[in-house]
Design a protein around this ligand. Structure first.
Ligand SMILES: CC(C)(COP(=O)(O)OP(=O)(O)OC[C@H]1O[C@@H](n2cnc3c(N)ncnc32)[C@H](O)[C@@H]1OP(=O)(O)O)[C@@H](O)C(=O)NCCC(=O)NCCS
Length: 183
């Protein structure tokens, strides 16, 4: 078997130095995406989900994002292992919100802290602009997500609100920060 990384498809971006590439999510990626997300459900307040998600949740999301024309990206290594994912989903269902979306980004714990978050968010910003979105909103629990705050600020997200005490997880009362970027 060759050690040469696969040639990226035209809709995928190679990431020099990572041996990884970013491409649209396919159905076969969803079990790995579920597992990455469920790790944070079990261990962290970066997500306010308290119950592990089923595959059907991710199947529904893939369908919804395809139907609404919004991006759902994965980063995969040369072996095809999913390292992380990011998507933009309409912020609210009411139609006047159609140009605004909440963005989400998660890396597997092993893939974090190596610059992959920057590459994935950059790809998501680009895909979101191409999808016609005007505004992206990141919703972040400040005590657990220092890397996420740093990442979003680095790409021009600005503070847009601070809700106090709106979550409770692991017996702790939690705030959320809103960060917003105009595309
Ligand atoms: C948030 C996340 C996507 C960031 O991706 P990453 O690959 O770890 O981050 P990067 O290596 O690309 O670094 C992005 C920036 O954050 C900074 N950073 C990284 N880890 C950090 C940490 N633990 N605390 C503070 N800043 C940190 C980096 O220095 C970098 O900024 P710089 O380029 O100005 O130096 C990733 O850590 C992750 O998936 N975390 C768990 C899930 C999560 O929190 N998701 C977001 C929910 S709101």
């Amino acid at each position: 078997m060759s050690d040469t990384p696969p040639v990226p498809r035209s809709d995928a971006a190679a990431l020099p130095g990572h041996g990884a590439r970013i491409r649209p999510t396919e159905a076969e990626d969803l079990a790995a995406i579920r597992d990455i997300y469920n790790h944070y459900v079990r261990t962290s307040t970066v997500t306010f989900d308290e119950e592990e998600t089923e595959l059907a949740v991710w199947e529904h999301k893939l369908t919804l994002l395809a139907e609404t024309g919004l991006p759902f990206l994965v980063a995969v290594d040369v072996a095809g292992t999913v390292l992380g994912f990011a998507y933009a989903q309409h912020w609210r269902a009411k139609s006047a919100y159609r140009f605004s979306a909440e963005n989400t980004i998660y890396l597997s714990p092993d893939a974090a802290g190596r610059g992959l978050g920057k590459a994935l968010l950059e790809a998501l910003l680009d895909a979101s602009a191409r999808a016609g979105l005007h505004e992206l909103i990141a919703v972040i629990e400040p005590t657990a997500a220092g890397a996420s705050i740093a990442l979003h600020r680095r790409y021009g997200f600005v503070d847009a609100g601070h809700l106090k005490g709106v979550g409770v997880k692991f017996g702790r009362t939690l705030d959320v920060l809103f960060l917003q970027k105009s595309l």
